[in-house]
Every structure is written in C-alpha cells, then in structure tokens.
Write a protein that binds this ligand. Structure first.
Ligand code: SF4
Ligand code: SF3
Length: 539
C-alpha cells in the first residue's frame, strides 16, 4: 500500500505497511482500485454528458465512491469490492452512448474476487502517477483528487437532503477524467486545482442551502457540554438527516440524545432545538473517541467520518450509517434506529447530573450578518482590532496544542471565529466578550467554511474593500481531505496569508509550496506568540 492523503501519514511521507489510521494494506489497495474505476466512470460519464446523456446513478456513485475513500470513513473491504463492481457496471452501461475505444481506467476490467482485485493493484495504485510523472506534478494531481474526495462528501450530504446539482456532478466527472489522463504540465495542474476549489465552493453553497432550508438558520445558544442523569444515545459525524431521524424516533422514550465532535453545531438549528431530549454535547473531537465512547453509558452512532478502531468494550454498542463502515460493526442502512433505542433502554445511562458547563454555538452567517453593522462599528471604533478564524480538523499530534495556545494568547480586543472539530482545542476556555459579543463565535461544521467566507465577504463589501484588506487572519488546522477541499476553495477565492498546520501535506512538494507562499502568502504555523505578534504588527 501507499497512502499519504492525511496529516497523520507515517513519518510525514506515506503509510506503506498499515495506515496510522488503522487502514489495512488490503483495504488501502482496494480503495485505490475503487478510485481507479471511478476515474474510468469519470472518463465515460464526461463524454456521455457531451452528448447530452446525464445518468443520476452515475453521478451519485461518483460521490459515494470518492467519499468512501476519505480518511476514517470505510474500513470494510467487502463494501469496497461491492462498490468497485457497481461502478464498473455503470461505466460499461454508459459506454453505449459513446463512440470509439477508450483507454486507461475506462478500459480496466476488475477481477471478480477480492484476491483477483488485489492482484491488479499495480495497474491502479497512486504510486503509478509518481512513477510516470515526477513527484511534484503527481502531488498536485493527488491534491486535486483529495480535494474532490472532500467535495464529494459535502455533495453527498446535500444529496441526502434532496439537493442535487447536475452541473456540479458533471464537474466531478470532468476532473476525474482529467486525473485518468495522467501526465499534465504544472500550470495546467494548478489551474485544475483551482477549478476543484471553485467546485467545492459551489458544493458547500449547495449544502448550506440544503441544511438551512431544511432545518432553519442556526441561532445562538449556550450548548450544554456535560451530561444529565438519564439514558443516553451519542451521535457523531456530519449527517443532519440521520440526526433528524434519530431525534424523531427517540421522542418520548426517556432517552437523552447527545452530540459528539462535528455534530455539536446542530444543537443550534431551530428544527432540532424543538426536541427537548436533544440535550447537549458529550466529549470532544474524533481522536478522543476511544476513551470517550468507552465512558459513555449508551449506544453510539457514527454518521460520517471519523471512526477509529472500536474497543472491545463498546464494539457491541457502536453503529454506523451512511458510508461509514468498520468490519463487525452493525451498519444501519434505512435510518431505522430501533437497535440503538433498544440498547439505550437496556443500559443505565448517566447516574447523575454532571456540573453544568456551556459553550456558545450558532454563529453562522445569518446570525453574524444580522449584527454586521454592530461589528463594523466596533471595528471602526477600534474596539475590535482583529478577527481570527481558528479552526479546521482536529487530530492526535501534540503539535496541535498550537491552536489552544494561540487562542489563549489573542488580545482581549480581538474576535475569534471557529469551525469544524478543531474547535474542541479552544472552546473549553472562556475568553470574555466585547460589549456583549462573545469573543469566540462558533460558525459550525467544517462545511460551514462557506458561512465564514460569506461573513468575510459581506464585511469586506460593506467596507468597500476585499477580504484580504480586512483585519482578518485564517489560522487553519488540517487532517483529512475535506480540509484539502476547503483550502483549495479559499485559495480559489483569492484568500491570502493563510497559516496552516500542524504540518504540511506530504503530497505538496517544495516547488508547489513555494508557489503557495509566493502567490498566496501561505505560511506554516510556527510559534503561537511569534505568529501572533507578526500578524498583529502587520495589521
Ligand atoms: Fe495513512 Fe492517513 Fe492514508 Fe490512513 S488515511 S493510510 S493514516 S495517510
Ligand atoms: Fe473533523 Fe474528521 Fe475533519 Fe468535519 S470530524 S472536520 S477531522
């Protein structure tokens, strides 16, 4: 196997024996073969589209296939083998619409069994790009691929809520077809990377529309961060439709529903606030799950990434839904959460109320822009000197304490926006307020980066300037491919001077990093105090 798609990749260069994430060699290789067959689907679907043939299942398979290979989503070899065959079948069906013979992934004939497929790995693995091209250009090709994986996850969430966009689906096929062609010059690769960023902006916009039209605009609330006495279910991930179904099915059953990780911001959606038993959040970000799930006295539902190898102690009470899978873990396909309800009722739950602790959530674009005038006034009066966006993915590396140290060191006349699971590094502290405005505002999930960009754009427009002239600095943490998609989106939107950590992606090689530094002023995080002083002096 060779995988270097996430931040925790072995030795900072690539996992080659087994994933640091727990991904087995065979699963990694099957995922690469799935990606290869998806490139074939992209080639055929892209050409078919040129002839006016749009196939909705092909569009959806592209999203599901890409999302399946995101870090910490699917560890189940059998489900990946199944998908490879489904994708190939659809690709071959679509071939009837195009003339001539296609080469590369479009002509690949996957073996019938898992063993046969693994024997074909040399044809499909990502390393072949590095062998055929050079590692610099192959790295950008992979940057595009990883960006597409992240964007596909968001597009799939929108699809689940009934929001599809044929034009965007076509762009996924086009870009996967581009990857299938292999070798390309550097400038063209960079151009396609920006197209991937733009695609993800449009996808996040679609998901924002899906979430807010279905569940309302998040409204500020103080979310309870500690448990209450009673029976309990924990839900993690990003899938709001699963949450809705779980809340509906647990209504009146005497069970409290708690969020974990990326579900925390859902406590602020008007539709979900109506459920009295949707009580608060338990625990923190994904990398702490083995301890936190072990201590949780009820069943757990993982709706998207990031699942880790379940401990035997809670193996029998953890469930997956959507595209998440772990061998041996019960997978719920139809949103019938009766098994979890049964588990919760048969367990004792929390024996007493824990001391109350709260965090502010619900500061998405609608709320923040509702007080835009006040914000602009405070900026004008010098009461708010600078705004930081501190957020992104969390992870296990000790270097991630940077973000907590940075937030603690920000002066009292600065505001912080946060989003994604990286927020748990900073949201247990209190930072006070500026004339009643909390200094830390939680914008939402990682996909709500769209909301943050809308806030920045609106403030810039009101001041008659552009985003880069605002007293705003983005200090981002990355881990998996959704963060890659968001980063490409920010670059495509022309956002400059982003700081990123805790380490640079292994697939971004020195010449590409130089381009990012020179054209976008990107910087790697260094020392929190030093970085902060530099930012504020520049402001
Ligand atoms: Fe390694 Fe990350 Fe790939 Fe897992 S997803 S195999 S940790 S690079
Ligand atoms: Fe976190 Fe996985 Fe990325 Fe949605 S839950 S941000 S790491």
């Amino acid at each position: 196997m060779f995988c270097y798609q996430c931040e925790q990749t072995a030795k900072g260069t690539g996992c080659t024996l087994k994933g640091v994430c727990g991904k087995e060699d065979a699963v990694s290789n099957l995922q690469d073969i799935l990606i290869y067959t998806l490139q074939g689907l992209g080639q055929v679907a892209h050409l078919a589209r040129k002839k006016g043939v749009v196939d909705q299942r092909a569009d959806q398979l592209m999203l599901e296939g890409l999302f399946t290979t995101v870090t910490n989503v699917n560890f189940d070899a059998d489900r990946i083998v199944q998908l490879i065959h489904e994708v190939t079948k659809k690709r071959d069906e679509l071939k009837a619409n195009i003339n001539g013979q296609l080469e590369g992934p479009a002509a690949f004939q996957p073996g019938a069994t898992r063993e046969e497929l693994l024997g074909q790995f040399h044809e499909a693995g990502l390393e072949r790009h590095i062998e055929k091209m050079d590692e610099v250009r192959a790295g950008i090709l992979h940057l595009i691929l990883y960006g597409l994986k992240g964007a596909a996850a968001y597009a799939d969430h929108a699809h689940v809520l009934g929001y599809d966009h044929p034009e965007l689906a076509g762009k996924f096929h086009e870009l996967m077809s581009f990857i299938a062609e292999g070798s390309h010059p550097l400038d063209q690769l960079l151009e396609k990377a920006m197209e991937t960023g733009n695609l993800n902006v449009a996808v996040m916009e679609l998901l924002d529309k899906a979430n807010t039209e279905t569940y309302g605009h998040p409204e500020p609330i103080k979310a309870r961060m500690t448990p209450k006495k009673g029976k309990a279910i924990l839900i993690s991930g990003h899938d709001l439709k699963d949450l809705e179904a779980l809340l509906e099915q647990t209504k009146g059953k005497g069970i409290h529903v708690y969020t974990h990780g990326e579900m925390l911001p859902t406590l602020a959606y008007p539709k979900f606030k109506q459920y009295d038993h949707f009580i608060g959040n338990y625990g923190s970000a994904w990398q702490n799950q083995t301890k936190e799930f072990n201590d949780f006295p009820g069943p757990i539902l993982m709706t998207t990434n990031c699942i880790q190898q379940p401990k035997t102690e809670y193996m029998g009470r953890i469930y997956t839904s959507g595209l998440v899978a772990w061998p041996g873990v019960t997978h719920i396909t139809d949103r019938n959460f009766a098994p979890l309800i049964q588990d919760a009722l048969s367990m004792e739950g929390f024996q007493e109320d824990a001391p109350e602790k709260f965090t502010d959530v619900g500061y998405a674009r609608n709320t923040v822009l509702g007080v835009a005038e006040v914000l602009l006034q405070k900026i004008g009066e010098g009461k708010i000197k600078h705004v930081f966006l501190i957020g992104g993915c969390d992870g296990a590396k000790p270097g991630r304490s940077y973000y907590a140290d940075f937030a603690k060191a920000t002066p009292p006349d600065t505001l912080m926006l946060t989003l994604a699971c990286g927020k748990f590094r900073i949201n247990s502290e209190t930072y006070g307020d500026i004339d009643g405005i909390p200094r830390l505002l939680d914008v939402g999930q990682c996909n709500d980066a769209y909301s943050a960009v809308m806030i920045a754009k609106a403030l810039a427009d009101a001041l008659g300037t552009d985003i880069n002239q605002l007293p705003l600095t983005l200090v981002l943490s990355w881990y998996e491919q959704k963060a890659v998609a968001i980063l490409l989106s920010l670059l495509a939107l022309g956002v400059k001077n982003i700081r990123i950590g805790p380490s640079l992606p292994a697939f971004i090689k020195a010449p590409v990093w130089e381009v990012l530094q020179n054209q976008w002023g990107m910087k790697a995080i260094d020392d929190p105090q030093k970085d902060l002083a530099q930012i504020l002096n520049q402001a």
